[in-house]
Design a binder for this molecule. Structure first.
Ligand code: ATP
Ligand code: MG
Length: 401
């Protein structure tokens, strides 16, 4: 089969392929971008594979960076962009189920395609548009089937991360799992315990924010992968409830998706959960904030204090969760209240602690902090103007109480 029209991302990179070819080597586009081009989906990161060894690739181009040279990847810097070029390779026995013990560079495209995970990820695209398809990937693409390359059990035994990758491809592509691939996922799911949490997080996260996340999550439960991942071992009911109770819409952000999951689990220690998944503290902060807003909103409408404290973006993310769960929403009030807030941060208050000490003879300590908090809330509530004399008067009155 031949692609008659190469998407612009490929066209732009064609001179790179041509240059490698004129130096006497093979060069192809490979990986997810070829799959996405065939599906008429938007393309991101164009991957180039070549028979030239890294040192040889570096000799072909003026400016290169060794970004992953031990894996065979060289970054080529051209005026119009950067291109990752990876030498054809095979991967030897996987000792610890995590990383291939050794990467071998090879001259054969066929060998390189064989080590790839799924048939629809194992295409190569030549500069003239010809598609190399050794594993029936075109057929699978047409029937929307996700099938492991080669013997599924062997492939998941080599690298169990492929189980989660497969689930997230279901969720992003809206494909179905081929039967043997599914049963191998199930029989090898326990090997996920050996995969690094960071790598598992990336895949589960991609699954959750994908448009067909429900499909991915159901398969995640069906193949029992959840049983071998941190803090999810008993969560099949919550995972399924999520797919049943929420609207089909995609999540707006990954923090929102994880907040939805933790709310569904009625998780008592979200920070602990997210720590177990080794997420960043910024991520933990955002997820727990969305959860807190969601829970507060169950008993009250969005008000000035909520918007001041959390900001509009997080309140809207929580409101969208309400929407997905069929609860009443009020984006208009959120917008109006937020726009009308007298201040957005306490540093905007025209009087600070030092002023209170100087003007009113207060001393540093807890009571000063309490006065300042009271000022802040009164301003946010609209009961006090952000004005020097009004604030000093307000504190003076509090002192007398
Ligand atoms: P995306 O569109 O999300 O980038 P992708 O298919 O490009 O999806 P990548 O993680 O970017 O996925 O990997 C690029 C290619 O490398 C894949 O298409 C696949 O051929 C191969 N690949 C990546 N990870 C693995 C793996 N664990 N086992 C086998 N092949 C893999
Ligand atoms: Mg990719």
């Amino acid at each position: 089969m031949k692609l008659t029209h190469l998407p612009s991302e490929f066209q732009k990179a064609l001179p790179i392929l041509q240059k490698i070819r004129s130096a006497g080597y093979e060069a192809y586009f490979v990986g997810g971008s070829v799959r996405d081009a065939l599906l008429n989906r938007p393309i991101h990161d164009v991957d180039i594979a070549t028979s030239s060894y890294p040192e040889e690739t570096k000799r072909i181009f003026k400016r290169t960076v060794d970004i992953g040279i031990e894996h065979g990847t060289v970054l080529v810097l051209e005026e119009d962009g950067e291109y990752e070029i990876t030498t054809f390779r095979t991967e030897d026995v996987y000792v610890d189920y995590r990383r291939p013990s050794q990467v071998n560079f090879v001259r054969s495209l066929d060998e390189d395609l064989k080590r790839r995970d799924f048939t629809v990820n194992a295409f190569a695209l030549a500069p003239d548009g010809e598609i190399v398809d050794h594993f029936g990937g075109l057929d699978d693409l047409e029937h929307k089937i996700l099938r492991a390359v080669g013997e599924p059990k062997e492939r998941f035994n080599e690298d169990a991360l492929r189980i989660l990758r497969g689930l997230r491809f279901l969720a992003s592509l809206d494909f179905e799992l081929e039967e043997e691939t599914f049963s191998a996922m199930k029989s090898h799911a326990h090997l996920l315990e050996k995969i690094s949490i960071e790598r598992s997080f990336i895949e589960l996260d991609k699954l959750l924010v994908a448009p067909f996340w429900k499909k991915g999550l159901r398969a995640f439960v069906d193949c029992e992968a959840y049983r071998y991942l941190p803090q999810l071992e008993n969560q099949a009911p919550a995972l399924l409830a999520m797919t049943e109770e929420m609207a089909d819409t995609a999540f707006d952000s990954s923090t929102q998706a994880w907040a939805a999951l933790l709310l569904e689990m009625k998780c008592q220690n979200p920070k602990g959960f997210l720590k177990a998944w080794k997420t960043s503290s910024q991520f933990q902060k955002e997820v727990t904030a969305i959860m807190a807003i969601y829970e507060l909103r169950l008993g009250q409408s969005a008000d000035r204090r909520l918007l001041y404290h959390y900001g509009k973006d997080l309140v809207c993310l929580a409101e969208r969760l309400r929407e997905a769960k069929g609860l009443a929403v009020d984006y208009e009030s959120i917008d109006t209240i937020y726009k009308a807030l007298p201040i957005y941060d306490k540093h905007e208050i025209v009087v600070n602690g030092a002023d209170l000490i100087k003007q009113l003879g207060l001393t540093p300590g807890p009571s000063l902090g309490e006065h300042l908090s009271a000022v802040e809330l009164a301003i946010v509530d609209g009961d006090l103007a952000n004005d020097r004399s009004a604030i000093l008067e307000f504190v003076r009155r509090r002192q007398d109480e």
